[in-house]
Design a protein around this ligand. Sequence first.
Ligand code: PLP
Length: 396
Amino acid sequence: MKSFIPPQRTLMGPGPSDVSPRVLEALGRPTIGHLDPAFIGMMEEMKGLLQYAFATQNELTFPVSAPGSAGMETCFVNLVEPGDKVIVCQNGVFGGRMKENVERCGATAVMVEDEWGAVVDPQKVEEALKANPDAKIVAFVHAETSTGAQSDAKTLVELAHQHDCLTIVDAVTSLGGSPLKVDEWGIDAIYSGTQKCLSAPPGLSPVSFSERAAEVVKNRKTRVQSWFLDLSLVMGYWGGGGKRAYHHTAPINNLYGLHEALLILHEEGLENAWARHQHHHQALKAGLEALGMSFVVKEGDRLPQLNAVTIPEGVDDAEVRSILLNDYNLEIGAGLGNLAGKVWRIGLMGHASNPANIEYCLKSLDEVLSKMNAPITSGVAVPAAKAVLDGAAQAS
Ligand SMILES: *Cc1c(COP(=O)(O)O)cnc(C)c1O
């Protein structure tokens, strides 16, 4: 047995994304105690950086010590009580997991379903709200990573509030990659992940709760079913005010990594990060379309950080992805559920959203598909992407 040395990959799938050298370096710093005043100082800063990333002033903003799925569960187990009714919007994989969460809390999920690849239809949500005046919460996924569709969070939150409902929003893939304004849009509870557009390793889930949501948690009639995720207990450690008590041992080094990743986002500026993702999406799109591929999601509804495109006729999905991984050290994502075998999901998330990756991905796809005699146009993808990248360089 010897030490594990992972291969050097380029990560352009649905997450994890490439982690920047600065973050990798931060992860290797000396471990200190989770109640050490120096560590607690870092936690305070982390809270401010997360508030910046979420565009919120919410006091109750911190990273849950587990991946995005645990952030999802934190929102549901704390806000949902047995007997409640929750409107759950599903337009891909992750809405289905929200339903599971609601039901495991002993509540009823009223499903609002849209096709995979479409956005959540506000009109259907409004109909569900009218038909269920006793609903307590509307839950939806802002950026559906399984399809690449971006729903209109602002409008959905407005609708929910008009009907006196709270909102739970999945922002695992949107945070840091596309416009997200928690306070301005009035989002009540939100969760994200670290391995998508924040480009930190997986294993932490930033969450934020509005005052209104925090009140609902405080006034629960029943005990939260999960000990680990019960906010009233977790906040003894993350709550601040200088009186931190042991709840669980924080994943100290992973938090160094997230702190560094958030610092990088802060240095770049949120708006600049959103613009960068959008610009690079346009370049990748030009290249993929020049190859002859088409997008699953209709224009205007697309996520810049997750590009789902149809696989050319007669091409073996798994074979191409395996050649890309083994011969090019390049990871792209497979389709999920209804889209399995039909699409590839190409991520341009966080640190991985850069011109070199765009060119490398297009060049590699062109080579592999050409060798297979796939019905694509060879030699035009990289120039098409470069034209978009250079165009903006000249304009600025
Ligand atoms: C990745 C993802 C999750 C789950 O996050 P994990 O860190 O894998 O638990 C949830 N929702 C969306 C939209 C995601 O993309």
